[in-house]
Write a protein that binds this ligand. Structure first.
Ligand code: ADP
Ligand code: MG
Length: 244
């Protein structure tokens, strides 16, 4: 039986009179990779941000590992420790070395001793292909390398779900492949992932399920071969014609 990791029910989010999410039902199973696609402004980032309560839902529920994250009794800081997030803009601490960027959160939060954190950071940097950059400063890295550090930093908290919001959209084209490769490896290792991306090749190859959003609603979802090969919804068809 599949193990539900994330369950979003009738989620609505308004910004003033702007109804951005209009009743989203969305599930992610343990070890599943879900790729979220849709036109700009359809609410993809808002949905991701509601998953770790960077945005407060207007109504509806978000349950992760059985905890309702909008319930005031839920410890949101603790819930967030298990949810890694990677953004379009990597926001590394430029005054810290690459290694220190990766070590910071688990040491600050008392999860690891400094020496354990060093071992962990070196191992994670090796995983993302940057084992030689431990002592480097972020400014000396390319955009693709910075994004791989940001992924290592998110993994440092040992999360059991990773959210990616257009992680390759700000990168030069020649940098995109290495970042997608790291994400592909994570998926292979069984990480539960929700990925907002316009990289349809990645979606076809890596996604267990593709969810198409438009106008704050889930319009269509299914296996990549279904959604890409035989889209049912007119909005999906129009969108795919533009991006593929
Ligand atoms: P997507 O990621 O699919 O491009 P977003 O979730 O970023 O879409 O945005 C959906 C809508 O919500 C847009 O109209 C955007 O202007 C609005 N929106 C997003 N965040 C905020 C915010 N913090 N305050 C006001 N409006 C917002
Ligand atoms: Mg967005």
């Amino acid at each position: 039986m599949k193990n539900t990791k994330v369950k979003v029910t009738n989620l609505k989010k308004n910004f003033g009179s702007n109804h951005v999410l209009k009743g989203i039902d969305f599930e992610v199973a343990q070890n599943e990779v879900v790729v979220l696609i849709g036109p700009s402004g359809s609410g993809k980032s808002t949905l991701l941000r509601c998953l770790n309560r960077l945005e407060d839902p207007t109504s509806g529920s978000v349950v992760i590992d059985g905890n309702d994250i909008s319930d005031s009794k839920t410890n949101i800081d603790q819930a967030r420790e298990n949810i890694g997030m990677v953004f379009q803009h990597f926001n590394l601490f430029n005054n810290l070395t690459v290694g220190q960027n990766v070590e910071l959160a688990p040491v600050e939060l008392g999860k690891l001793s400094k020496s354990e954190a060093v071992t962990m950071a070196k191992k994670l940097l090796d995983t993302v292909g940057l084992d030689d950059k431990y002592d480097a400063m972020p400014q000396s890295l390319s955009g693709g390398q910075k994004q791989r550090v940001a992924i290592a930093r998110a993994l440092a908290m040992n999360p059991d779900i990773m959210l990616f919001d257009e992680p390759t959209s700000a990168l030069d084209p020649e940098m995109v492949g290495d970042v997608l490769e790291v994400m592909k490896d994570l998926a292979k290792k069984g990480m539960t992932m929700v990925v907002v991306t316009h990289e349809m090749g990645f979606a076809k190859e890596v996604a267990d399920r593709v969810v198409f959003m438009a106008d704050g609603k889930v319009m269509e979802e299914g296996k990549p071969e279904e959604v890409f090969g035989n889209p049912q919804n007119e909005r999906t068809k129009t969108f795919l014609q533009k991006v593929i």
